[in-house]
Each structure stands twice: as C-alpha cells, then as structure tokens.
Design a protein around this ligand. Structure first.
Ligand code: SAM
Length: 196
C-alpha cells in the first residue's frame, strides 16, 4: 500500500474520532484503562481515548503522521506518541487495542506475527477494534497487487476464534476514499473481546 498523502492527513484531522472507538470502549471489561492505537495516523482516536480517561500508546510508521499528532496534542504522562511499525512496536499490556484502517498496511508476511503480539497485549476482558480488507477489495485485483492479507469472512471468523465477537460489519461495494476517489471497498470492521 502507498504512504498516505498530506491531503489525506489534513482531511482525516477534520473528521474527528472514529465512531467504532466509542462503541468499543463500552465493551472493555478488563480493569485496564490502557489503550494502544496501531497505525494512529493523525491521532484523532488516541486523543479521544485520552479524553475518556485512557492512558494511550499510539504509534505510526510515518514521521509526518507522528509530527501532526505531536502538534495537535503534546506528550503527557497519559498520551505517548511513537514512530514505530506494527512489527517493531513494543506492545504494552492493554485493555483496548485499536487498529482502524491500519492493519491492511501490514505486509502479508508479517501479518500473523503482528496479530499474535496484539492478542498477547490484550488483557482478559479487553477489546480489539479495527478493520481488515476483504478478498473483493480493488487492491486485491490491482496489477501491482498490494502485499497484505485479504480475508474471506470465514477466514476472518477463524482469526477471531478464541474471542467473543461483539460485531463484524462488512462493506462490499463502491464507496469514496477519504480523499474523494471512488473505489470498490471490501472491508470488515470488527469489535471483539478477549475472554477471561
Ligand atoms: C488509513 S491510515 C489510518 C490512520 C488512523 N488509524 C485513522 O483511523 O485515522 C493508515 C495509517 O497506518 C500507517 N501505517 C502504514 N504502514 C504501517 C506500519 N507498517 N506500521 C505502522 N503504521 C503503519 C500509515 O502511516 C497511516 O497513518
């Protein structure tokens, strides 16, 4: 997948936090008010979580994204920004791990090791919330096909074996991207809790 454009980041800042994060925090039954935001982009969700009382560890591989995060909210003892990738971030224990529109930028060869780190980071009763690309997505059929993991619904359900799945929302059709280009999206948004 290509790096995000500056236009994308500016538009994303205007959109505020993701509604799925609001839905997810309700389901965190762990005693942990520590959250990880994987591929945090401009940091809207991380800032929202801090406002909700979480200590947030938010990381992104792109130094431009992390610079915008730091510009919009300084580091405090409850909000930590890191320039890091899915593969090399040191995941702390957490009650909430979010990865909104992010893990589809993880190389396929790294996907399962990253996923195991996320699973390990989650405390029992804690919640994962994030998006995955489906097999019908445009980018799975592009000439220079992206190196990422594309899922069928059955494969995604398999990934969440061992979780209590709270919701999986599937989108499969033409929708605009953040910067207004129409594309065929096939994506799954998942909220799931690690059992006690
Ligand atoms: C579509 S944006 C989503 C940003 C944010 N989660 C949101 O919902 O606004 C994807 C983000 O993933 C980051 N990213 C891409 N590859 C990454 C990697 N290997 N490790 C960490 N972050 C990565 C990009 O820099 C970008 O900021």
């Amino acid at each position: 997948m290509k790096a995000m454009t500056n236009d994308y980041y500016q538009k994303r800042i205007q959109k505020g936090h993701s509604k799925i994060v609001e839905a997810a925090i309700v389901h965190n039954h762990s005693q942990y008010s520590v959250a990880i935001d994987c591929g945090c982009g401009v940091g809207n969700d991380a800032r929202y979580l801090q406002e909700k009382g979480y200590e947030v560890h938010a990381f992104d591989k792109d130094e431009r994204a992390i610079a915008l995060c730091r510009e919009n909210a300084p580091v405090t003892d409850k909000l930590h920004w890191y320039q890091a990738s899915f593969e090399d971030f040191a995941y702390p224990k957490a009650g909430l791990v979010i990865a909104n529109s992010a893990l589809f930028f993880c190389r396929e060869s790294h996907f399962y090791s990253v996923w195991h780190r996320i699973e390990d980071a989650l405390e029992p009763g804690g919640v994962f919330c994030g998006d995955f690309l489906g097999v019908d997505d445009d980018s799975n059929h592009a000439k220079n096909k992206t190196s990422t993991k594309f899922f069928t619904k059955a494969q995604l359900q398999q990934l969440f074996t061992g979780f209590d799945v709270i919701g999986i929302k599937e989108r499969n059709g033409l929708y605009p991207t953040m910067t207004g280009r129409e594309k065929h999206w096939h994506a799954f948004s998942v909220i799931a809790r690690k059992p006690f």
